[in-house]
Design a protein around this ligand. Structure first.
Ligand SMILES: Cc1cc2nc3c(=O)[nH]c(=O)nc-3n(C[C@H](O)[C@H](O)[C@H](O)COP(=O)(O)O)c2cc1C
Length: 213
């Protein structure tokens, strides 16, 4: 199953466009496999609350590592309410062979709706080893190797570190476009070509990345 998440607050979005290209290539290669799409911008997961932390503490204290057993942590009405939010999100994540996340960079990092989803579905010592992860991204500026803004990339770096450090997925694939702000900002007009080239390269790569997943 492919789980496809969107996180951009806008409909006409470059991360959505590139994510769609990966998903289309995957669908052509897997016409009979299940595909689930969740738009985190349209239906934002709530931030975790105190009852969620109680579930998490119980799982850690009782050394529960199998997500199928997390429900044992539910002991109060508030915890049941918190679990009712987690359960559908976690069920589709655990069922996914491939996780495709389409996300913009917001304020050097990921959108709050994506962070809220991560907070909801992540429990101690939870592994997603074996799950393929692809991130389709868009950024207003340029953060690649050697760019002045490279040290400010808490977007790809955060996601890579998190997938690797917490979920044991070391080979997440990132594909995206940069310098989107050149389309809007007159001061960056000379750099529109950079954006257009990175967008074209991402769409071409999306095809190659999606099919073999
Ligand atoms: C709230 C907000 C914060 C943003 N912060 C950054 C940023 O820190 N760095 C950057 O390069 N671009 C930033 N941008 C620009 C977006 O990354 C860019 O417009 C991107 O194309 C958005 O993705 P989308 O096209 O999928 O909606 C920001 C845009 C918004 C709306």
């Amino acid at each position: 199953m492919l789980l496809h998440l969107d996180a951009s607050a806008r409909r006409r979005s470059f991360s959505r466009e590139i994510g769609d290209a990966v998903a289309d290539a995957w669908k052509r290669a897997h016409p009979d496999d299940a595909y689930v799409r969740r738009d985190l911008a349209l239906e934002p997961p709530p931030p975790i609350g105190e009852a969620w932390t109680e579930l998490c503490d119980y799982v850690l204290e009782h050394q529960i590592t199998d997500p199928a057993r997390y429900k044992e942590a539910v002991r109060t009405a508030a915890q049941a309410e918190a679990w009712a939010v987690v359960e559908p999100l976690l069920t589709e994540l655990v069922a996914a062979d491939t996780l495709l996340i389409a996300t913009p960079m917001y304020n050097f990092s990921v959108p709050a709706v994506l962070k809220a989803w991560i907070d909801q579905v992540t429990f101690p010592r939870m592994s997603l080893a074996g799950t393929r992860i692809v991130v389709a991204y868009a950024r207003g500026g340029a953060y690649g190797p050697g760019m002045p803004r490279e040290p400010f990339d808490h977007h790809e770096r955060y996601l890579r570190d998190f997938f690797s450090g917490h979920f044991a997925v070391d080979d997440a694939v990132f594909v995206g476009t940069e310098m989107v702000n050149a389309l809007l900002d007159p001061a960056l007009a000379a750099r529109r070509g950079e954006h257009e080239r990175s967008r074209a390269a991402a769409l071409e790569a999306a095809d190659r990345i999606g099919a073999p997943l």
